[in-house]
Write a protein that binds this ligand. Structure first.
Ligand SMILES: Cc1cc2nc3c(=O)[nH]c(=O)nc-3n(C[C@H](O)[C@H](O)[C@H](O)COP(=O)(O)OP(=O)(O)OC[C@H]3O[C@@H](n4cnc5c(N)ncnc54)[C@H](O)[C@@H]3O)c2cc1C
Length: 518
């Protein structure tokens, strides 16, 4: 999927089509980087995306193994209009390239006692599920959803594409955020409205999908409930990889390049401004602007020399709080499990205690809560006939736990397999035909995520909006950041919005000061 040109060829004399255009380099091909590349291409830049792995996608990398297709990361597609926009910028329609199929229920939540809650976008069905679980909480649930809608309108619609790179942006937003009780945590807002302990879990686990502990993360993240209700939950047929392939085609259609196996070792600087990059191979590439889609903490810690950093010093990066990590086991089975929903949340015996272990104590607990993904429920082509493709993920502490994953991974996987066999997937041990793992160590080593965090900096209020690394670097002119570790945050809607923010920060190519790149 990557272009096979070398970087030298990529820098070689511009074609008539690209001549005179300012040059942009995007470091990393996650959804944030690819979306930024499309937007910059549409605004007249000559774009080169440099990816250190052998294929694009970042967390959305695709593993193909023994006839099974495994999306490594994101599979819950919400806010599809953010993708539609990218295709529209290229004069195309997303629907012509990728089918987004609605998934219902959004999630099947299985409590430790075996009871289930089907979480969907259907108002009547949701009321009935709440009634079954906690009849006294129906009105409270409706009030929670109304609060979620109000937060969505401000937090997502009004503020999602505001750059927050000046204190005045923050000062303007604060009164609204206070009115919406953004000082509360996600869990505290749910407690305000509903009493049932299980319903509180149902209404709060979503912040974990963007790396936030519901007991610490600002209630602004309660907007996810309404976001999902408003736009639905979708699955990209062919897997999330089909969206990655689609975005790469858009970039190439604009005349841009996506080059893989190109690790950036340093962002080069002259007179306080980014001037390009130096690759691990030693080559340097010049650019008029540089956009980093690499993890924000790693970008500053490893790609920008300390003498150029005043705000994001090594000390500050060390002191920041990072999201949890994930242990992910991808496996294929020789039989199918038709009773298992596309997305299942399988809760363990503890909620608050487990999250305290993960986020605060940084302790790898013996119990776990799991998210089980069965994409073949929607798209059977992702496995050989008669088989099922799965991944199961368990939130775990990031690398500050000190866990030696080279030793712990296999026993941890076995414990998860036993739990799944006893609950959702009978006879699992005898059905596995292919298997692979992703541990916190891989998040650090493979994806360059600081401390192996799966979602970048933890989305607490003091690390959100203006307090997060800005989309327009505070350290260097002509350096921009997109992706999970910058504003607004993790998850596909977040990282696609971070690329959208660039539109208000990066000058259109036509008005770009005469460019300096060779
Ligand atoms: C297992 C899992 C499941 C998830 N499920 C969902 C979901 O269902 N729905 C959802 O919305 N979100 C989900 N998320 C979150 C979502 O996937 C991420 O927030 C999002 O994909 C991150 O995109 P990004 O733009 O930050 O880039 P990333 O995906 O983090 O990609 C960054 C890229 O930069 C590259 N890079 C880093 N350093 C360099 C360098 N020096 N030189 C060159 N390249 C470099 C990396 O190799 C990587 O390819 C999930 C995350 C995980 C891990």
């Amino acid at each position: 999927m990557c272009n096979m040109l070398t970087v030298v060829e990529a820098q070689s004399p511009p074609s008539a089509r690209s001549e005179g255009k300012p040059r942009a380099i995007v470091i990393g091909s996650g959804f944030g980087g690819l979306a930024a590349a499309v937007r910059l291409g549409a605004r007249g830049y000559r774009v080169t995306v440099l990816e250190k792995l052998d294929a694009p996608g970042g967390r959305a990398y695709v593993h193909r193994q023994d006839g099974f297709t495994f999306d490594a990361g994101p599979t819950v597609i919400t806010a599809p209009f953010l993708l539609d926009e990218l295709w529209a910028l290229c004069g195309k329609r997303l629907a012509d390239d990728v089918e987004l199929r609605p998934v219902s229920p959004f999630y099947r939540i299985r409590f430790d006692d075996g009871s289930v809650f089907d979480y969907s976008g259907d108002a009547a069905a949701m009321r009935a599920e709440v009634m079954k679980l906690a009849p006294g909480d129906v009105a409270g649930y409706e009030a929670f959803l109304a609060a979620s809608e109000a937060i969505y309108k401000v937090g997502f619609e009004q503020l999602g594409h505001v750059p927050f790179d000046s204190w005045t942006d923050m000062a303007r937003a604060l009164p609204q955020l206070m009115r919406l009780e953004g000082y509360r945590t996600v869990y505290s807002l749910a407690c305000k409205h509903v009493r049932d302990a299980r319903l509180r879990v149902v209404l709060t686990f979503q912040s974990l999908l963007v790396g936030g502990n519901p007991f610490a993360t600002t209630s602004v993240y309660c907007l996810i409930a309404f976001l999902e209700r408003r736009w639905g939950v979708h699955f990209a047929m062919g897997g999330t990889g089909s969206l990655v392939r689609g975005l790469v085609s858009l970039i190439e259609g604009q005349g841009g390049l996506v080059l893989c196996n190109q690790a950036v070792a340093e962002i080069t600087v002259n007179d306080g401004a980014a001037t390009g990059v130096r690759l691990a191979s030693g080559e340097t590439l010049r650019a008029d602007i540089v956009v980093s889609n690499a993890d924000s903490a790693s970008t500053y810690r490893h790609l920008v020399a300390p003498e150029h950093r005043r705000r994001w010093t090594d000390r500050r990066i060390e002191k920041a709080r990072y999201s949890m990590s994930l242990f992910v086991w991808y496996f294929g089975t020789r039989r199918q499990y038709p009773d298992v929903a596309h997305h299942t949340i399988s809760l363990g015996p503890r909620y608050r205690g487990l999250l305290t272990d993960i986020f605060e104590r940084k302790h790898l607990a013996e119990d776990f809560s799991l998210y089980l993904h069965r994409p073949t429920a929607t798209d059977p082509s992702l496995a050989p006939p008669g088989c099922d493709t799965f991944y199961v993920l368990s939130p775990v502490p990031h690398l500050q736990s000190g866990t030696d994953w080279a030793v712990q991974a296999e026993p941890y996987r076995r414990a998860i397999a036993q739990k799944l066999q006893a609950t959702l997937l009978p006879d699992l041990q005898n059905q596995i035909v292919t298997s692979r793992l992703l541990t916190p160590q891989d998040f650090q080593d493979r994806l360059s995520s600081f401390r192996g965090a799966a979602f970048g900096m933890e989305p607490v209020l003091t690390q959100s909006a203006w307090f997060r690394p800005h989309n327009r670097s505070e350290e260097l002119d002509r350096l921009y950041l997109v992706g999970a570790g910058t504003h607004p945050g993790a998850g596909l809607p977040g990282v696609l919005s971070s690329a959208r923010v660039l539109d208000s920060l990066v000058p259109h190519a036509n008005s770009f000061p005469r460019h300096r790149a060779a």
